[in-house]
Design a protein around this ligand. Structure first.
Ligand SMILES: NC(=O)c1ccc[n+]([C@@H]2O[C@H](COP(=O)([O-])OP(=O)(O)OC[C@H]3O[C@@H](n4cnc5c(N)ncnc54)[C@H](O)[C@@H]3O)[C@@H](O)[C@H]2O)c1
Length: 421
């Protein structure tokens, strides 16, 4: 790859060393997949530099999909430095080196620990804006950012359907034992059809329990109910009027066709959801109240052959308790996208055939991942140009449609009010 780049550089007559602004050391220009970029170093960390002459320096801690995000930043006169450090999870040390002594903004990842240490480093470097490449922000101490006068952006509105679809995929895979059956086939164990081979659970007309009927929880509820005529029972401190009305309308439609109408019930306690659900899916944010909510006690209330889904955040389930429950109840199943000690699994989980486990891919559709990049970049570009904060939940004007019609706004700033934005 580097030999190929070398040939591209020579053929284009671009092999040259340039002294760069800010933190980066000498650069070598080359043709990248997104036009010309420069290879350089920032605080000893390899970076790919775009729009070298930009007046504001923005650090991006991981390579991002799509091109729209980069165009947004470079058109906002930002010099963009994308870290090429090989570590999968960028450490605080690396981020501090990348920030260096002059940095206006950082676009970071949910796997990074954004607390007072990094926010004060960013503030000292003259920075005023951080954007998290995620809708969840449990990795960010928003209060510490506010103290450092740094705005915090996130990316709501483009993950909803994609994440809900993965939760549905996990539910179906767990109910119908798809992963176990796939491994069986690949191992050459299939010798012929049998009435007892990989018998699973029928979801039709059963009950789905939702913890947290926000954007994703409500989308998942709709998909499960419309797909399988399932009833919904949910717990959320706030009622989801939109979901309740939608389900009422769907129930009336079914009734008008002589079918059983589905129901949607908001209950007062989480216990009621865990008891009633043939499937229970967790869709709340991770905080002190939701940490370990699916523990031994709550799992013990579930039906013996129920299914637990977590596509929210790992620590919402108590993983050691879950492993013990899976082992003691072979007909109980779970589908996990997230893990308590990510990227690790608690001992014994990988041995449980009744668990479907995938590596935090719930938002991994092409459209969503590039949409997230666009929103995260627009949060930074908007702040650095002093644009207002977008005041609508609809994020499509940022991610779809013509580039020159992208709103002149930051899509979502979590501490906008506290910073007086
Ligand atoms: N696995 C992934 O890749 C992935 C992708 C996107 C989002 N997520 C996670 O999903 C979460 C939900 O995302 P969203 O966009 O639907 O957020 P949201 O804010 O729209 O929904 C969260 C809901 O949880 C409710 N809630 C708050 N406290 C609660 C409690 N104690 N018990 C029950 N419900 C409670 C809220 O009232 C809200 O309705 C995010 O916080 C994020 O952590 C994960």
């Amino acid at each position: 790859m580097s030999a190929l780049l070398g040939r591209v550089q020579q053929a284009a007559g671009l092999l040259q060393k340039t002294s760069l602004l800010g933190q980066a050391g000498p650069a070598i220009l080359y043709a990248s997949a997104r036009g010309f970029a420069a290879e350089a170093e920032a605080g000893g960390i390899p970076v790919e530099v775009h729009n070298e002459g930009g007046s504001k320096r923005v650090v991006v801690t991981k390579e991002l999909p799509g091109e729209r995000w980069l165009k947004l930043l470079t058109q906002a006169d930002c010099r963009v430095e994308v870290s090429k450090h090989p570590e999968v999870i960028t450490s605080k040390d690396t981020i501090k080196k990348l920030i260096g002594s002059q940095c206006d903004g950082v676009l970071g990842q949910l796997t990074e620990d954004w607390g007072s240490e990094l926010f004060s480093a960013l503030q000292k470097a003259g920075g005023s804006t951080y954007s998290n490449y995620a809708v969840g922000f449990n990795n960010v101490d928003v209060g510490a950012a506010t103290e450092s006068k740094v705005s915090v952006g996130n990316t709501p509105g483009v993950l909803t359907e994609t994440t809900a679809e993965l939760a549905v995929a996990l539910t179906m895979a767990a109910a119908r034992r798809v992963v176990e059956a796939d491994s069986f086939m690949r191992a050459g164990k299939y010798e012929g059809w049998l009435p007892t081979l990989f018998v699973g659970a029928l979801l039709q007309n059963k009950t789905v329990g939702i913890i947290g009927a926000g954007r994703i929880g409500a989308a998942y509820a709709r998909m499960m109910s419309e797909g399988h005529k399932m009833d919904i029972v949910y717990y959320d401190p706030y009622p989801s009027k939109k979901l309740e009305e939608y389900m009422k309308g769907y129930g009336e439609l079914l009734k008008s066709q002589g079918e059983r109408p589905v129901t949607c019930t908001r209950v007062e306690t989480m216990e009621e959801v865990f008891k009633a659900g043939d499937v229970v899916s967790l869709h709340c944010a991770l905080d002190e109240k939701t940490k370990h909510l699916a523990d031994k006690k709550m799992l013990g209330m579930m039906k013996e052959d129920a299914i637990l889904i977590n596509a929210a955040r790992g620590p919402i389930h108590h993983e050691e308790d879950l492993v013990a429950h899976l082992k003691a109840n072979p007909n109980f199943r779970c589908g996990l996208d997230v893990f308590e000690d990510e990227p690790h699994m608690k001992p014994g989980l990988a041995d449980c055939a009744n668990a479907v486990i995938v590596p935090h891919i719930a938002s991994a559709s092409q459209w969503t991942r590039s949409g997230m990049a666009t929103l995260a970049a627009a949060n930074i570009a908007g702040r650095l140009q002093d644009f207002p904060v977008w005041d609508k939940p609809d994020m499509l004007p940022f991610v779809d449609g013509p580039f020159d019609q992208i709103p002149k706004a930051s899509p979502n700033i979590l501490n906008a009010k506290d910073l007086g934005l």
